[in-house]
Every structure is written in C-alpha cells, then in structure tokens.
Design a protein around this ligand. Structure first.
Ligand code: CUA
Length: 327
C-alpha cells in the first residue's frame, strides 16, 4: 500500500504543480521536459534489458564445468559479450552527452536578437528586485508579455543565489560582480512560481519569485503604469500616511518614485499595492500582514534586514492607508 501511495504522490506531485519541470508552460521548459523524458526512456530501456539478461542467465544456470573453456580459443559468443558490453554503454553515454550539450547550448543561446525587453533581476538576502528598461522597478513579481522571449540579466547584491522558475526555464545563478543571462518565455498568461535554488542563508527557503505572464496588451498597461511615479494620495489619511513614511525610518531603505524617498536598500514601493504577495512570496499581501511587517518584521521572517518601526496607532493606520493606495 505504501509503495502505491508513493507512486501516486510521485505521479501527482512531481509531474504537475507549480514547481514541476514536467509541467512546462514555455519553450525553454518544454525543451528540458523533452530531454528528461528521452533520458528516462533510455534509462528505463537499459534497466529492463539488464533485468531480462539477469533473468535469462538465472534460468539458463551455471555453465557445465566439464565443458572446458579453452583460453587461447575465445569463442565468438565471448567476444560478442566483451565488445558489446563496452560498445553499447559508450554509444549510449556519448549520445546522451552530446544531445544534452546541444540542448544546453540551445537553452542558453538565441536571446540577443529576439527581444527588446531585458529585465535586470537582482537577488538580495532574501528577495528579488526587477528593473526594467523604462525605469519600472518592482520586487518578487516579475511581469512579462506572453509569447515573447524576454532577456533576463541576473545579478546579486550580496551572496550567491539562483533564479529558477521550473515551468519556464532552466535555473541560472545570480553571482555577485557578474552578469549572467538567461531568457524566459511563457506560452499563456499565468503566475509561474520560482524559487531561489542556491542556499543563501536563513530565509533561503522563503525566497520565492513569481513570473506574471500577461497578454501583450495587459503587459503594456502594467509596464507603463509601473514606470510612472506613485499616485498622489487621494484621501486625507493617505496624505498623512505619506508624511509618516517620509518622516520615519522607512525612507532610509525604500524608494517611492515621485516622492523624496529614493533609497535602494529594500524593495521599491512605488506600486506596492499592485503586488499580490509580500516577503518574497511568503505571505499574501493583506493589510494585517503589512502591519506586522512594519511593526514586527522579525516575527514574519527571522533574519530579515528590515528593523521594526515604532509608530502610534494613528500613524500606523495612516501609513497603511497610504501604502494600500500605491497601485
Ligand atoms: Cu537566495 Cu537562496
């Protein structure tokens, strides 16, 4: 029963789901899936062949010892076993090696000519910053248009991280001081979860990223809005919240374009309310999570670089009203 349960888990858990390489949603991941199935089929065939040969030899039994083997006169059967035993593995291993190399090449190449859109994705402990050519800057939710090959330039602000969105592309490291390039492309609109794939410290497991693929027209709208300055506060409370923001420690780390806040230590908050998650995908973006994030960030994500902010209840409410207005 246990074996059946494990097989069912494997079939449902590994072959589909938001982090499965076997559930591709773009041409890069589809290539990897194909490679995976080819290697799996080959391995399964070799495994079956070896099992059959073992069964055959068991059935046939031990060679009759009276049938004396003449060492100087090796039979053709012995030769066949010796030669094929070496040749078949060499052919299979060389073949799969060359096939894998070719696929790696094809996954890495071909991003320079095909896209105007290049996004800088900078990894930080423990979140992702995305910078677009038109000045748009966001965090942890990287929007792309569907059907377009988008160039991603990977960097790191501190330690080694690795950018991996399994349903779209292979993973690639974010290395301090080096630009690594990769391309991503999604076939259809959706939110594709990614994960930091290089151990980077206490909150490595909570360093998720979402690639949000949108139809080209929806993307164009998001793209233009994301580059624009933050909207002016529409209510008195949001106006007070802006003042709270600009007079507290928030401005030491965060930028809100269109205001004096232009620090680049923490995530850009210009259009914070347009994101569906906080803390690199760890929590949903709700008012209560945002409140806890401001007054007691360590309780949500131990080790986070953000210090607690001391505010009166009225200041906190106004600040939350302001942050929730940043669409
Ligand atoms: Cu960043 Cu692991």
């Amino acid at each position: 029963m246990r074996a059946i349960a494990w097989l069912a888990l494997l079939a449902t858990g590994a072959c589909s789901g938001e982090l499965s390489v076997l559930d591709p949603r773009g041409p890069g991941a589809a290539r990897i899936e194909r490679l995976w199935w080819v290697l799996f089929a080959l391995a399964a065939a070799v495994c079956a062949l070896v099992a059959l040969l073992i069964l055959y030899s068991l059935r046939r039994g031990r060679r009759d010892l009276t049938d004396d083997i003449d060492k100087r006169n090796v039979s053709w059967g012995d030769r066949f076993i010796g030669i094929t035993g070496a040749a078949i593995p060499v052919v299979i291993l060389m073949g799969t090696f060359l096939y894998s190399l070719g696929e790696m090449n094809r996954l890495a190449a071909g991003n320079e000519d095909e896209t105007d859109l290049a996004i800088e994705v900078i990894a930080h402990n423990w979140w992702w910053e995305a910078r677009y050519p038109n000045g748009a800057t966001t965090a942890n939710e990287i929007h792309i248009p569907t059907g377009e090959r988008v160039r991603v330039v990977l960097q790191s602000a501190d330690v080694l991280h690795s950018f991996w969105v399994p349903r779209l592309q292979a993973k690639m490291d974010n290395i301090p001081g080096t630009d690594n390039e990769i391309w991503i492309e999604a076939d259809s609109p959706g939110r594709y979860r990614g994960q930091c794939a290089e151990f980077c410290g206490l909150q490595h497991a909570h360093m998720a990223v979402f690639v949000v693929a949108q139809s080209p027209s929806d993307f164009a709208e998001w793209y233009a809005n994301e580059a624009s300055p933050a909207p002016e506060p529409a209510t008195a409370s949001a106006g007070d919240g802006e003042e709270v923001f600009l007079s507290s420690s928030c401005v030491g780390c965060h930028a809100i374009r269109g205001t004096e806040a232009d620090a680049e230590v923490g995530p850009d908050l210009t259009h914070l309310a347009g994101r569906r998650t906080l803390l690199a995908g760890k929590m949903p973006s709700t008012r209560s999570v945002l409140e806890t994030l401001i007054v007691d960030p360590q309780s949500l994500k131990p080790g986070i670089g953000m210090p607690p902010t001391e505010l009166t209840a009225a200041e906190l409410e106004a600040l939350l009203d302001y942050l929730e207005s940043l669409r």
